[in-house]
Design a protein around this ligand. Structure first.
Ligand code: NDP
Length: 251
């Protein structure tokens, strides 16, 4: 009888935005499968606490504060990580921000910040870490996009552009690295209960709920399960895809 299981073979992973929310649960879940996780976030405190919690439950994790929107900082961090761990097998580009506003009133800085934190960061990290994956003929890259990248949203032109860009990025990287058995996929969460969505007005939350067929908001675990699967050995024949985890919002 064939039983479904997830295999990770002592892999090393970098998870960005691992200090809180979805990224933190992804980091915990990978560590729970024996993966050594480098937890990256903007503040040293946030990724430090995440890594400490993982070590406290018997997992292997270190923390590294890096501003993912800064290309030079990411290049330096990638070198440091590769020196320390010899290889990185899994990269989860999860760090992200929103700076909402209607397009006509949006400041250039709010456009740039959201584009560089959500989208350019994927380019910086993938450039920094995928070479050794290609040489090892094994790798997993998972980019956390959003249903907003598929649907668009009034008041989020910067965020939806960045998240849609991540989908194009995912498909191109999947094609570039496929011959080296490095897969690249995207996960598009719907409305997930984290700090990012905590600020959403109660009336707006109620309206969003009416558009979710499963009639509930998602939890970080719901996203992390999909990411975990895509990072496992078992997902070896899946690349260039976008998986929505959204209670049926986008069909
Ligand atoms: P949170 O706001 O809860 O956490 C964001 C994480 O990203 C934090 O750890 C934060 O670091 C880190 N981060 C932000 N900016 C930077 C930066 N410049 N450099 C390094 N790290 C940074 O977000 P969520 O967990 O809700 O979201 C995670 C991802 O999922 C994002 O890409 C988001 O766009 C996407 N997503 C979320 C949805 C939701 O409903 N929550 C829906 C769809 C997509 P620090 O802890 O130091 O502040």
């Amino acid at each position: 009888m064939t039983v479904m299981s997830l295999t990770f073979n002592d892999r090393v992973a970098v998870v960005t935005g691992a200090g809180r929310g979805i990224g933190r649960v992804i980091a915990e879940m990978l560590a729970g499968h024996g993966v050594t996780v480098v937890c990256v976030s903007k503040s040293a405190e946030s990724c430090g606490q995440a890594a400490e919690a993982i070590r406290g439950s018997g997992g292997k994790a270190v923390s590294l504060p890096v501003d993912v929107s800064d290309g030079e900082a990411v290049a330096r961090a990638s070198e440091e990580i590769l020196k320390e761990h010899a290889r990185v097998d899994i990269l989860v580009n999860n760090a992200g921000i929103t700076k909402d506003g209607m397009m006509l009133r949006m400041k250039d800085g709010d456009w740039q910040d959201v584009l560089s934190t959500n989208l350019s960061s994927c380019f910086y990290w993938t450039k920094g870490l995928s070479g050794p994956m290609a040489r090892a003929r094994w790798g997993r890259i998972v980019n956390i996009t959003s249903v907003i990248g598929l649907m668009g949203n009034a008041g989020q032109v910067n965020y939806s552009s960045a998240k849609a860009g991540m989908i194009g990025f995912t498909k191109s990287i999947a094609r570039e690295l496929a011959s080296r058995s490095v897969t690249c996929n995207a996960v598009a969460p719907g409305f997930i209960q984290t700090d990012m969505t905590a600020a959403v007005d109660e009336e707006v939350s109620k309206q969003i709920l009416t558009r979710i067929p499963l009639k509930k908001f998602g939890k970080p675990e719901d996203v992390a399960h999909m990411v975990g699967f895509l990072c496992s050995e078992e997902a070896n024949y899946i690349t260039g895809q976008v998986f929505t985890v959204d209670g049926g919002m986008v069909m």
